[in-house]
Every structure is written in structure tokens, then in C-alpha cells.
Design a binder for this molecule. Structure first.
Ligand code: CP
Ligand code: NVA
Length: 313
């Protein structure tokens, strides 16, 4: 196993990692994945006696289970805490951070507002990992681009076309994709574009790394020549009141058999949970070009690499 370089750091934004650091994480994820798949265990679990506190203000299947199972597989332990226990107004975010840093080795938090995870990281002396905020989902981007790396190798020049909402998942893919020199495209309806400050930051990163950001209103134009066609739910957690309005606005942005025909070599990705028949059809999701469930499995391997780099001695 390689020597950790991220020890003690936080992962709040996908822009927190350099291209070298991401590449190292991919290499370590590859090793951990191969060993775990072959043996269903690690011969020398690197996180013995380490504990991760996991704070959830929103529901989760993948993030919760992959972090918790990941800690177990690495020889450590994870504790699941819901909103009613922490971050729910019972005590301040700063007090939660000051308690937890005395009890555990790292915190993973899924919050609503991005500022909460930023504050946790500022107040806690131990690593804090963003497990999704309204603004970003960096662990998703790490696992997704690890999946793309498994398919295409070097990511420079690889075209990822995101069709749908300029949301948290898009933001993190744009930042990390730019860092790796990718071309990240977004096709979105008017009024559902990304955060302009994140786009400005991604553009700065892309200019240095040789990446590119492209925007269009036309999903067909966006997927032309793409290596990856990516979509996510039209309504993110917390936006449920807008669901009907969003279904209308995004109707033209469905990833279906007709759309994916435009780029016959592209793989299809979705961070899940999916709304079959809305942003993606079942034939595409379950079809031969879908890597959606590989992507989901890679949450486990990519995050285990991250945990080892943050916490192992
Ligand atoms: N993709 C993802 O983060 O899934 P969960 O919401 O189930 O954690
Ligand atoms: N954009 C989605 C991602 C879920 C993993 C949401 O925030 O609900």
C-alpha cells in the first residue's frame, strides 16, 4: 500500500483535491477493489481501531452503507447519527464538532446547507468529509471519475456530458473533471443552470489543467461525441415542492434510447437514486451501455481509498 498523503485533511469540495491526489486515490482504490473482490477481506486492514461518525440530515442508501461497510472492511467502525441526534438544533454545529473530535477520528456529514459542513470542518480538528450538501457531492464525483478512469484510462480530453439539472452532482463533476483536464458539458433548461461561482472556479481550474466547460440548452448537441452521458434526478432532496414544475421543465432532457443513439460509444451514468421513466428510461439504465451499478459499487472502493489516505498511519 502507498504512503498516505492526505492525512488529516478535509474533503469539502471536489476542488480540494489536486490531479496528483486524485490519481493516487484512483491507484489505491484499484488496489483495494482488487483485493476486496478477490478475498472479500483485506489481509492488513489499515484502519484498525479508527472510528468514523456519520451525520445525516437527509436520507441515504449508498453513502451511508458504503462508508459504514467501508470502515468495517478496513478494520474500523462507523457510527450512524441522524438529524434528531445532531445538527437538529439540539446544540450548535460548533459544539457537535468539539464533542466529536474528542470521541472519533473523522466525521462524514450529509447536510442541507453547504455552510454546515464548512463550519463542522472549521470547528473540528479531525478530518471532515462532505457526504452531500445542496452545493456539492465530492465523494460521488470521486467514485464516478474513478469509474470513468477504469473505462478510459487517462481522463484528459475525455468528454462527460451531463444532461439535466446544474445541481450538486454536476458541480462536483465539473470541478473534479476540470482538475483532471476533462471536457465537462452540461445541457440544462433555462432557469436550472449551475451556481455561477462554481462555474467560475471550474473554469479557472480548467484553464490551468487543459480542461473545458461547455453549456447548451440542447441535450442532443451536448451528447454528440461524448464518452460519458450522465444524468441525475430532476428534483434533488429538499426541492420536493418543485417536483411537478421540474418534471415539465426537464421533459426534453430525458436520457433514453433515442438520445444515447447519438453517441453510440458512450457509457451511461447516474449517481442514483433514479426515477425510472423520468430523467432516465429503464431500457437505458439496465442496458449494455449502463455502468450505473459499477459506479455505485465504486462508491465503496473510492471512499475506502479516501479514508485510508485521510486516516491511516
Ligand atoms: N448517490 C448517493 O449519494 O446515494 P444516496 O443518496 O443513497 O447516499
Ligand atoms: N442531486 C441529488 C443527488 C442524490 C445523491 C440530490 O441532491 O438529491
Amino acid at each position: 500500500m502507498t504512503t498516505p498523503t492526505l492525512r488529516g485533511r478535509d474533503l469539502i469540495s471536489a476542488a480540494d483535491l489536486s490531479a496528483d491526489e486524485i490519481t493516487r486515490l484512483f491507484a489505491l482504490a484499484t488496489e483495494l477493489k482488487a483485493e476486496y473482490r478477490a478475498e472479500r477481506r483485506h489481509a492488513n486492514p489499515p484502519l484498525e481501531r479508527k472510528t468514523l461518525a456519520m451525520l445525516f440530515q437527509k436520507p441515504s442508501l449508498r453513502t451511508r452503507v458504503t462508508f459504514e461497510a467501508g470502515m468495517t472492511q478496513l478494520g474500523g467502525h462507523a457510527i450512524y447519527l441522524t438529524e434528531s441526534v445532531v445538527l437538529g438544533g439540539r446544540e450548535t454545529v460548533g459544539d457537535v464538532a468539539r464533542n466529536l473530535e474528542g470521541f472519533v477520528d473523522a466525521i462524514m456529514a450529509r447536510t442541507g446547507p453547504h455552510e454546515v459542513v464548512v463550519e463542522l470542518a472549521a470547528r473540528a480538528s479531525i478530518p471532515v468529509i462532505n457526504g452531500l450538501t445542496i452545493r456539492e457531492h465530492p465523494c460521488q464525483a470521486l467514485a464516478d471519475l474513478f469509474t470513468v478512469y477504469e473505462h478510459f484510462g487517462d481522463l484528459r480530453g475525455v468528454v462527460l456530458s451531463f444532461v439535466g439539472d446544474g445541481n450538486n452532482v454536476y458541480h462536483s463533476l465539473a470541478l473534479m473533471g476540470a482538475t483532471l483536464g476533462m471536457e465537462v458539458r452540461l445541457a440544462h433548461p433555462v432557469g436550472y443552470g449551475p451556481n455561477e461561482r462554481i462555474v467560475a472556479r471550474a473554469r479557472e481550474i480548467a484553464a490551468q489543467a487543459g480542461g473545458r466547460l461547455v453549456f447548451t440548452g440542447d441535450p442532443r448537441e451536448a451528447v454528440e461525441g461524448a464518452h460519458v452521458i450522465y444524468t441525475d434526478a430532476w428534483t434533488s432532496m429538499g426541492q420536493e415542492a418543485e417536483a411537478e414544475e421540474r418534471r415539465d421543465a426537464f421533459a426534453r432532457y430525458q436520457v433514453n434510447a433515442d438520445l444515447v443513439t447519438i453517441s453510440p460509444e458512450a457509457v451511461v451514468m447516474h449517481c442514483l437514486p433514479a426515477h425510472r421513466g423520468e430523467e432516465i428510461t429503464s431500457d437505458v439504465m439496465d442496458g449494455p451501455r449502463s455502468v450505473i451499478f459499477d459506479q455505485s459499487e465504486n462508491r465503496l472502493h473510492a471512499q475506502k481509498a479516501l479514508l485510508v489516505e485521510l486516516l491511516a498511519r
